[in-house]
Design a protein. Sequence first.
Length: 345
Amino acid sequence: MARTTDNASASATSANSSITNVAALANVSIATVSRVLSGKRTKDDDIARRVRAAAAHLNYSVNYAASALRSTVTNTIGLVIPTATDPFCAQLLDEIEPVIDVDSQQLLLGIGGDQATQIQRIESLVDRHVDGLIVLPAWGAYLSEELEHYASTLPIVQVGGRRCSSRTSMVSIDENAAMEIVIRHLAERGIASVAYMAGKEISFESAELFAMFHTQMRAHHLATETEWNKFGDRSVQRGFNCAMRLFSEPLVQPEAVVCADDSIAFGVMVALHSLGLRVPQDVLVIGYNDSPIARTTMPPLTSVRPPFKQIVSEALRLLNDAPGSPAHISLAPQLIVRESTNCQR
């Protein structure tokens, strides 16, 4: 004789349950059940508790896919980033996912390290009918045509990089302010000469930061040399190799090194240690992104911290603003001072 298992019974209960049954058991309207279970009714009162208890008793859950077919709202936000391993992208993900979850939305992620791949990811997310799109352009990627194409039908916010479209909103970091606080900090420490290890030369962003570096150096009357300032990958190995070349030669050497990323700065510090130079007594080092590596170097690394919470907050706010009203929000970063620059000349 066949025997019904607990799992089979639960499946049958779930299949036979409906929003109508939940509404009847909780003694509320179907609309109220929908609002409570979708998260649109945020008030946590007796009604909400009755609805959740009834849904749990009947093993009922919202079918988001079916709901999306019946509605123009899918409760999904698309996020396109160059890589999940980059410290900036990783920390942005850490900030945005819990906020999306609290709002009963889902985050759909697209990863593309170059322009062509990012365009594919954007098209894929649009095909999934996301309610809004946040895009962090890859280094050197220019997504103007793609973002212009979808801007009339979908709220889009670009984060960082060179602005791709005047029809989409943008949240950026005030990089000039970032470079200004870095160079001012070094000037206040009595530093007279600085080297800069920039990002990739082919990108607009790296070129712009390089120009800002020279502007702030002149403003604070500090010296630098052309051979000290190099473009390259944002990696520990790159920082190590550059520092070994820069500090091994018996020539005039910089008193401080500013790096476009904490990984570069870590490589610089490893090289300096291997050469018998001390940080910060002999050379001051500053990184960028205030990634976890900045807190674990020896000594701990002074680094520029992007305002991640504000970036997420502003990006989501702009997604919810009226379409056709693009805005550009520029946010100031913060310099987190640690022992790698804790030395007065």
